[in-house]
Design a binder for this molecule. Structure first.
Ligand SMILES: [Zn+2]
Length: 143
């Protein structure tokens, strides 16, 4: 099969989209106040982070809000050098998965530390912040 002919475009593609958050709005409001919330299923006890409105374990919508301490331990991490289009303007960055002391895993960028100084088992804290352009985010910092 012949390779299809293509024409390369140098135009930048910008995508703006809206995420439905009405049932998890407490999470987004909490980030603005520096708080990290998870949801806990009242039926089966499963803790969810990021919060969900419906339990993926048992299907219940009976969820309770739990504020997380944020302290955790890195289980794995990677440095992203070849970035997805939506982060193309960022420098390379570190993404980590940590198990928080409440037992739930969280995935977030790890900031404030060089790649060479990151290791599995490292203590981190998940913190909320508002970016300079007004978006809310959460990320790990070393402790
Ligand atoms: Zn459940």
């Amino acid at each position: 099969m012949d390779k299809p002919l293509t024409l390369k475009s140098n135009r930048t593609l910008q995508i703006t989209y809206n995420l439905p958050i009405s049932r998890t709005s407490k999470f987004w409001e909490g980030l603005k106040e520096g708080k990290i919330y998870a949801t806990k299923c009242e039926k089966c006890g499963r803790l969810h982070f990021p919060p969900v409105a419906d339990c993926g374990e048992c299907g219940s919508s009976n969820m309770k809000w739990i504020e997380l301490d944020g302290e955790g331990e890195i289980e794995t991490f990677t440095q992203v050098v070849v970035k997805p289009a939506s982060f193309s303007k960022e420098s390379s960055y570190i993404v980590a998965i940590a198990r928080l002391k409440e037992g739930v895993k969280a995935l977030a960028w790890l900031i404030g530390v060089e790649r060479e100084d990151v290791e599995v088992g490292m203590k981190v804290r998940l913190v909320a912040r508002v970016t300079s352009d007004g978006r809310v985010a959460y990320e790990f910092v070393p402790i």
